[in-house]
Ligand binder design. Structure first.
Ligand code: PNS
Length: 182
């Protein structure tokens, strides 16, 4: 049974654990500038579905981030500490190359509202063209986070509004350090 599966499926597509059971590793890529409670809600959901989830911060983004990659890595590491099967990494270049390096079979992305769908579909289909063996899985965060984005969190905080409940406490502490008081 196991041998047949290995013959059909390319080696990077399937992994077996100690007991010979097929395991699924997924990458959750993003900018995470900064991580929000919506991201953490998705990570919690992904950790229940996948055997191993790698949260991957894009290094070479064309956007101008508020936080350095190292700061984002630290904030995310704190956020995933309670999950035994979630790790945090950074990557450069194409996501599909990173996924192959990691021997991952899936990419996890969140869809908060229908407005996210078009962009996410384009990325998923481009990634499929580049790496047909890699599946993109969309998950929805809890409805209470459907309006939460890193961009809005930064904007509201910078203008003096409260972001309590939208990001973890340690992110608020970092925002206070990073954003000068007006
Ligand atoms: O949090 P974001 O900014 O929406 O994440 C976008 C991200 C990092 C998932 C996307 O920009 C990406 O995968 N970049 C890596 C470069 C790449 O593979 N580009 C082609 C994607 S179709």
């Amino acid at each position: 049974m196991r041998k047949t599966a290995q013959k059909i499926v390319p080696p990077w597509h399937r992994r077996y654990n100690f007991h010979g059971v097929n395991t699924v590793k997924a990458i959750y890529p993003g900018s995470f500038d900064p991580v929000t409670n919506g991201h953490l809600d998705l990570i919690a959901r992904g950790s229940k579905i996948f055997d191993h989830l790698v949260v991957a911060i894009l290094r070479n983004s064309s956007k101008y981030p508020l936080f350095s990659v190292e700061d984002r890595l630290e904030m995310l590491t704190e956020g995933v500490a309670s999950f035994g099967n979630v790790s945090v990494a950074t990557f450069d270049g194409l996501l599909v190359d990173f996924a192959r390096e990691q021997n991952a079979q899936a990419v996890m992305r969140g869809i908060r509202a229908i407005s996210d769908y078009e962009y996410e579909l384009q990325m998923a289909l481009m990634n499929r063209r580049l790496a047909p063996e890699l599946e993109t899985i969309f998950l929805m965060p809890d409805g209470k986070y459907s309006f939460v984005s890193s961009r809005l969190v930064k904007e509201v905080f910078e203008l003096g509004g409260s972001v309590d409940g939208l990001v973890p406490k340690w992110v608020i502490d970092r925002l206070k350090q990073r954003v000068p008081k007006s």
